[in-house]
Design a protein around this ligand. Structure first.
Ligand code: COA
Length: 195
């Protein structure tokens, strides 16, 4: 079992969050189920069919946002989970440090707030870039530490995540037809206006 300590963060006033526009040529869009493989392959806990299934379900069922490069590739993204927490914030390594995550989080925070949800998340205590980015957006650290326990029965921690697929049956499919839109109420379009 591995234990990961996270700091909870809450935005006290989402409408006051600056709305950063994407750089020229970049555009905001919902994350597509077709992006699930990219998210799996770049995720620290990804790398197998179980993580792909988990990410695909999050993408299909809960709000999310990504920043698409001019050629249509996602370079920065953020999902939400079943507790309406921001989760899986990520910027491709070659695009980091250019504030691409700001418009993504801003767009998602506006959506959550409009639907009556708090805007909050949790970040590993040693993840300085993420803590810094969120605090620059106005998030406040909450007291306490949230511990995530990762248990992989019968699976040595030294093995790569892909070994899970060899050790047991691959994850069952969600049994759903792929959809291109999330379902937290409201219409979703393939792209968002950022003006
Ligand atoms: C955390 C993360 C999403 C930030 O994305 P980003 O688009 O680089 O965000 P920003 O450009 O606002 O950079 C954040 C800070 O990183 C630092 N930074 C600058 N250049 C950087 C670089 N080349 N690489 C990494 N961090 C850099 C800066 O301190 C910057 O703060 P600033 O506002 O003072 O300039 C990104 O580093 C990432 O994907 N990390 C791995 C996954 C992860 O930890 N996700 C968060 C889970 S909660």
């Amino acid at each position: 079992m591995e234990t990961y300590p996270y700091r909870p963060l809450l935005h006290p006033d989402p409408p006051a969050m600056p709305q950063y526009r994407p750089d020229k040529g970049f555009r905001l869009a919902p994350v597509s189920p077709a992006h699930a493989m990219l998210l799996r392959d770049t995720w620290k806990f990804g790398g197998n069919s179980w993580s792909l299934r988990y990410l695909s379900l999050l993408i299909r069922h809960f709000p999310n946002a990504c920043l698409l490069a001019p050629e249509g590739t996602p370079i920065s993204w953020c999902l939400t989970d079943q507790l309406a927490s921001l989760i899986h914030g990520y910027t491709l390594p070659e695009h980091r440090g250019q504030h691409h995550l700001r418009p993504v989080v801003g767009m998602l925070a506006a959506q959550l707030h409009a639907r009556g949800f708090p805007v909050y998340t949790r970040v590993l205590t040693n993840n300085k870039p993420s803590l810094h980015t969120l605090q620059r957006l106005g998030f406040r650290l909450l007291p306490g530490v949230f511990y995530r326990l990762v248990v992989r029965p019968g699976f040595a921690q030294s093995q790569p995540a892909s070994a899970l697929d060899l050790a047991q049956d691959p994850a069952p499919s969600s049994g759903e037809q792929p959809r291109t839109h999330s379902t937290w109420g409201g219409e979703r379009r393939g792209e968002w206006d950022t003006a």
